[in-house]
Ligand binder design. Structure first.
Ligand SMILES: Cc1cc2nc3c(=O)[nH]c(=O)nc-3n(C[C@H](O)[C@H](O)[C@H](O)COP(=O)(O)OP(=O)(O)OC[C@H]3O[C@@H](n4cnc5c(N)ncnc54)[C@H](O)[C@@H]3O)c2cc1C
Length: 284
């Protein structure tokens, strides 16, 4: 299928974007990397009359080290995150996760902001943003607004962003030098959206885990933090007993929905497999 006809503008500043959003309301859509939006237009899942291309807006792209965080501009491509030395050094969870985001051609065009705004429950960046306690920075005519990732993702494909807001950046708090992280996912083919995935961040000392954050993708409508499994492991050395207790806790708190190919039981089973793998990686 082909996309319905639409008008197209490429403003050079955020203030022009704000004016266009105010004037056209629900009839217009921001386009960033276009990797998701164009597919939805071609499938006629969305029929905006106007596309507002933010690729010409200066200052929305780039990765920088700030006093307390690594700031990634909304228009930063997935590939830039994947290849950044700064990310590898200061935000290794993003570096190890990036190769799992789609295929290289899509990573070259798709943006961090687009992924956060679209809020696909199987996407990697929303999951990492929650695991790293990141803050989404939005701008509108009313000024800047910062919202923690854990509050930003509200429901399936639904975020805290207002229709007149634009994501301008995401700020990832710096992790301590002793923090460890890991990422695992299971997909039918590499590059496909994952069936289930898991991002983990923790302090690890002599195989003992503390300040553990376990966040699943593909296991609910939004990134799901497995707080009961975290609690079962907090302050304990990883052992067959603590692992088994964490799996029981996980089974009690995760309620994944079946999709076309995987039953809810299958997804839960895969989630426990990932938990097992990731804890062994964290403590190895
Ligand atoms: C075949 C295929 C496989 C894929 N596999 C994966 C995968 O495994 N994992 C994964 O995470 N993603 C995957 N994707 C999606 C890809 O990562 C997209 O790049 C990403 O989801 C959207 O980013 P974008 O810049 O292309 O956004 P666009 O497609 O341009 O926009 C997506 C939505 O976000 C809005 N938007 C974009 N930028 C902003 C902004 N700054 N402020 C406010 N709203 C904004 C748009 O209006 C639109 O509604 C896949 C895509 C394809 C086509």
């Amino acid at each position: 299928m082909k996309a319905p006809s639409f008008d197209y503008v490429k403003p050079g500043s955020l203030s022009e974007v704000f004016s266009l959003l105010e004037k056209h309301g629900d009839d217009c859509r921001i386009i960033a990397g276009g990797q998701t939006l164009l597919a939805t237009l071609n499938m006629r899942l969305s029929e905006p009359k106007l596309l507002v291309d933010i690729n010409g807006v200066r200052g929305l792209s780039g990765i920088s080290l700030q006093v307390n965080c690594v700031r990634i501009g909304a228009m930063t491509r997935h590939s830039e995150i994947e290849e950044s030395h700064l990310i590898a050094q200061h935000m290794p969870l993003l570096a190890i996760t990036a190769p799992h985001v789609a295929h290289k051609a899509i990573r070259n065009k798709g943006t961090l902001g687009g992924s956060l705004a679209f809020a696909d429950p199987a996407a990697e960046w929303p999951c990492c943003a929650v695991a790293l306690d990141a803050v989404i920075v939005m701008a509108s005519q009313r000024g800047l607004r910062r919202v923690k990732a854990v509050e930003f993702f509200r429901e399936l494909y639904t975020t805290d962003m207002a229709p007149d807001e634009v994501i301008v950046a995401c700020e990832f708090p710096l992790q301590s030098q002793t923090s460890r992280c890991a990422f695992e996912e299971l997909a039918r083919r590499h590059g496909d959206y994952a069936i289930v995935g898991l991002a983990a961040v923790a302090q690890v000392s002599d195989k003992t885990l503390s300040q553990l954050r376990l966040v699943f993708l593909g296991a609910g409508n939004i990134p799901v933090r497995a707080r009961a499994a975290e609690a079962a492991l907090e302050g304990k050395a990883l052992s067959p007993q603590s692992l088994s207790a964490a799996k029981v806790a996980l089974a009690g708190e995760l309620t994944p929905a079946a999709d076309l190919y995987n039953s809810a039981e299958m997804k839960l089973h895969l989630a426990t497999v990932l938990l097992d793998r990731i804890l062994k990686t964290l403590t190895s």
